[in-house]
Each structure stands twice: as structure tokens, then as C-alpha cells.
Design a protein around this ligand. Structure first.
Ligand code: NDP
Length: 455
């Protein structure tokens, strides 16, 4: 093959669009990665000849299945479940399970694709996968959630295993759901093995796993700020979401001396001018995890706070922003509002929360911007440590895991700086963390794939 046989970026993206019609989220994720990778591999013949990017952008497989369950009124309900196994070049597939009505094949393919780069960045041996179902756990009884989880696992179990594919939680899948799914896996196979992460401590879970994504996103934020000679202390933060990632991100911002002004859910956001302190965060955790309530109830309870129905928090003036809810929750107008209001750093707890146009606004303004695949990698990193503890039949304590998490996030930040530093180009010293994360994540996976030949 001639070197020049390779297609250019536009031709490559045209092919991706043609092969994945209507899968907008997946196409968006591939576009964001491809533009950086194309620049990086421009003079690297081996990657072109082996069609590495084309192969990474094609999941190893997508399994889709019917999930039948019976609700409390004895109605038969039918949902669709998926597992996307994107790439296992550097380790077993690894990535969460999402239960949300918005779940479809495009969303899961984008998440699995991103996960491949994120897992590579952690330095741990994990490939990329993602799964889920268009099931809405909101308003369902525990018994209904249990029956759904059992039915989901009754199909999923044949596609996963501790050396094959190790799912975890994600939106709508927390400790309760992981427990039901693990119980069903164990019942069907007769084996206790580390097939899921995010388990409770009583049956093989890891200390620090619930905190890891949110804390990690704040450590990444701190690393970016330190690299630019700044710190979190005394700064105002706007956070979206009120689930696992958002509440733990808020907790760590408060611990490091910052003030948290907002949290949100799909119904709107709350603004608390007094700051959302640890006591209030504990109240929210109870509201969300035990009472399964809505964030609007916060403003009824803490009367200085206001609830803004149907709105997102990005117009609230702040120094720091942490989108921790879902994909495409921060668009170009909102990015501009953040920049104009003085925001200096954005760290993504969620996956792809900022649209491509929004990312461009942050880059043009040269504010610090940590993309999800780097900033929220602490969760999967501690999941990797949960796998090690399960297979080694050991358990590490909170302090040990806290130190490992900090080190892992330091390592990810350093890789982003190494590959994303533009100082040489425009002399500004600006770090393009998206480029850094994409290239560092890509290189390890690509080199492993080269070693395997054409498979
Ligand atoms: P949770 O289910 O615990 O919380 C999700 C939060 O986001 C809820 O407050 C939810 O509100 C809100 N939300 C969900 N969908 C929407 C929407 N369409 N519009 C507005 N708000 C929405 O999930 P997690 O905290 O675990 O996950 C949050 C993000 O972090 C996701 O992008 C996930 O992929 C990512 N992530 C999670 C990791 C983890 O370890 N859990 C690891 C790495 C990334 P509501 O209750 O109204 O739906």
C-alpha cells in the first residue's frame, strides 16, 4: 500500500457518518478524537497502513437484546438492552451500565469509544465497553428495579466475565442496581467472581469507588489550576447534576476550600448563595439515594436557595465549572456565558457534557478545559483497583486507595500536558487537554493493536 492511499480527515468522517446513520452522539465523539489523531499520525505511516483509527472507530461488537419484566401491576414491560464491546487491545472490556430512557445504540457506542481512550489514559490494563437499557428507574419500586436488573443480567451474563468484560455503574445504576445484577450473575453461574465493579464493601467492593469519579474530577481541576499557578481555595464553583459524580465533586471542592453554588437534575438547578456545604451535601445524598427525591426539594428545605425550573446553571457567575450530569448539557452559548462571567477552568465529571461548539469557545478563550475522558477517569481507575483486589483476594484501606487515586489523576494530568502542550507552537504555554488526552490514550491502544497484526 502507498502511504498516500490513506484517506484525509473529511473522507474518514464521511465514512463514519455513512456507516453509522443517525448516530449523532457517536459521530460527535469520533470527530472530536479524529481531528487530533489525524494531526498526530500525519507522519506516522504504520498507523495509516494498519488502518488503526478506522479499526478503533468500529466497535468489536454490539450486542442488543430484549429485556422483559413484570411491573407491580402485573403488566408485562419490554425494554431493549445493549452491551457495546468497543476495544480490548489492552485489557478486558470495562465500562459502566446506564439505565435511562435516552439510552440508545448511538449513546452507548459513543460512551464505549470514549471509554477506550479513558481507560488507556489511566495506565491500567482495561479495554473499553459500555452498556445499558432504555429503562427509567425513576418512580419504580425496589421490587420493580430488582426484577428488571435480574432480567437484564439473565441475558448479559453470557457476554461478560472477569477476564472478558467487567461492567460498572453509570447514570441510573448505583449500588442498589449493581447488587441486584451481581446477585443474579452469581445465581446463574454459581460463581463468585469480580464480574462487576461498584459493588458494596460487604461483597467485594472497594473503598473510595463511590467517591472516585467526583473526587478525581476535582483533583484534575486542581492539577490544571496548579499548572497555571492557581488553586481551588476561595473560588466559586458551579456544578450540574446531583447524582454520584456531582455530589462527590461538590464534597471535594468544599474540602479544598472552594464554595459550591449550584447543583441540578433534569428538572432544573438550585442556586444557594450561602454555598452548599458538607451538611447540605449529606442532605442531598439522602434525598437522592434514599428518598429518591428531586433537587427542587432543596429550595423548600434551605430557604435562602432558589430553584430554577427547566434551566441549567451555566449562567451563574463562577470561577470554576464542573458539568457532572450528562452528555451535551453545555452548549456554545452557555460556554460563552461562563467565559464572559469570569470562569477560568472547566473540569468534566460527566462524559462529553460540552458540545463540540462549546469546546471551541473554551479553547478560543484559552481557559483551562479538562475533557471527561481525562477528568472523570478516576472512577474507572478505582474500578480497575477493585478488579485487582478481587482477583488478589485482598482489600486496601481508604487511605491507600485515596493515595492511589491522587497518583493516578496526577499521572493522567501529566500525560495530557506531555501531548497537549502547545507552548512550542504559539509560545503561550497553553495546554490543549483534549488533544493531550486523545493522543496519549490513542498511542497505547494503537501500539498494542499494531503488535497483534491484522485481527
Ligand atoms: P447518577 O445517575 O448518579 O446522576 C445523574 C445526574 O445527572 C442526576 O442528577 C440526573 O438527574 C442528571 N441527569 C441525567 N440525565 C440528565 C439530562 N438528560 N438532563 C439533565 N440532567 C440529567 O449518574 P452519575 O453521577 O454516575 O453520572 C453522571 C455523569 O458522569 C454521566 O455522564 C456518567 O457517564 C459520568 N460518569 C460517571 C461515572 C461513575 O463512576 N458513576 C464514571 C465516569 C463518568 P435526574 O435524576 O433528574 O435524571
Amino acid at each position: 500500500m502507498e502511504i498516500n492511499d490513506h484517506v484525509d480527515l473529511d473522507q474518514f468522517m464521511a465514512g463514519v457518518k455513512k456507516r453509522n446513520p443517525g448516530q449523532t452522539e457517536f459521530i460527535q465523539a469520533v470527530q472530536e478524537v479524529a481531528q487530533d489523531i489525524y494531526e498526530f499520525i500525519d507522519d506516522k505511516v504504520q498507523y495509516h497502513e494498519a488502518q488503526i483509527l478506522r479499526r478503533i472507530a468500529e466497535p468489536d461488537r454490539v450486542v442488543s437484546f430484549r429485556v422483559c419484566w413484570e411491573d407491580d401491576n402485573h403488566h408485562i414491560r419490554v425494554q431493549r438492552g445493549w452491551r457495546v464491546q468497543s476495544n480490548n487491545a489492552i485489557g478486558p472490556y470495562k465500562g459502566g451500565i446506564r439505565f435511562h430512557p435516552s439510552v440508545n445504540e448511538s449513546v452507548l457506542k459513543f460512551l464505549a469509544f470514549e471509554q477506550t481512550f479513558k481507560n488507556s489514559l489511566t495506565g491500567l490494563p482495561m479495554g473499553g465497553g459500555k452498556g445499558g437499557a432504555n429503562f427509567n428507574p425513576k418512580g419504580k419500586s425496589d421490587a420493580e428495579v430488582m426484577r428488571f436488573c435480574q432480567s437484564f443480567m439473565t441475558e448479559l451474563y453470557r457476554h461478560i466475565g472477569p477476564e472478558t468484560d467487567v461492567p460498572a455503574g453509570d447514570i441510573g445504576v448505583g449500588g442498589r442496581e449493581i447488587g441486584y445484577m451481581f446477585g443474579q450473575y452469581k445465581r446463574i453461574t454459581g460463581r463468585w467472581e469480580g464480574v462487576l465493579t461498584g459493588k458494596a464493601l460487604e461483597y467485594g467492593g472497594s473503598q473510595m469507588r463511590p467517591e472516585a469519579t467526583g473526587y478525581g474530577a476535582v483533583y484534575f481541576l486542581r492539577n490544571m489550576l496548579r499548572h497555571a499557578g492557581q488553586d481551588i481555595e476561595g473560588k466559586n464553583a458551579v456544578i450540574s447534576g446531583s447524582g454520584n459524580v456531582a455530589t462527590h465533586a461538590a464534597e471535594k471542592v468544599v474540602q479544598l476550600g472552594g464554595k459550591v453554588l449550584t447543583l441540578s437534575d433534569s428538572g432544573g438547578f438550585i442556586y444557594d448563595p450561602d454555598g452548599i456545604d458538607q451538611e447540605k451535601i449529606n442532605w442531598i445524598k439522602h434525598l437522592k439515594n434514599v428518598k429518591r427525591g428531586r433537587i427542587s426539594e432543596y429550595a423548600d428545605h434551605f430557604t435562602n436557595a432558589t430553584h430554577h425550573e427547566g434551566k441549567r446553571p451555566w449562567n451563574v457567575p463562577c470561577d470554576l465549572a464542573l458539568p457532572c450530569a450528562t452528555q451535551n448539557e453545555l452548549d456554545a452559548d452557555e460556554a460563552e456565558a461562563l467565559v464572559e462571567n469570569g470562569c477560568i477552568a472547566v473540569s468534566e465529571g460527566a462524559n462529553m457534557p460540552t458540545t463540540l461548539e462549546g469546546v471551541k469557545v473554551f479553547h478560543d478563550a484559552k481557559i483551562l478545559y479538562g475533557p471527561g475522558k481525562a477528568a472523570n477517569a478516576g472512577g474507572v481507575a478505582v474500578s480497575g483497583l477493585e478488579m485487582s483486589q478481587n482477583s488478589g483476594r485482598v482489600s486496601w484501606n481508604t487511605q491507600q486507595l485515596g493515595e492511589m487515586l491522587t497518583e493516578l489523576m496526577d499521572g493522567i494530568h501529566a500525560k495530557c500536558v506531555e501531548y497537549g502542550h502547545e507552548g512550542g507552537k504559539d509560545g503561550s504555554g497553553y495546554v490543549d487537554y483534549v488533544k493531550g488526552a486523545n493522543i496519549a490514550g490513542f498511542k497505547k491502544v494503537a501500539d498494542a493493536m499494531l503488535a497483534f497484526g491484522v485481527v
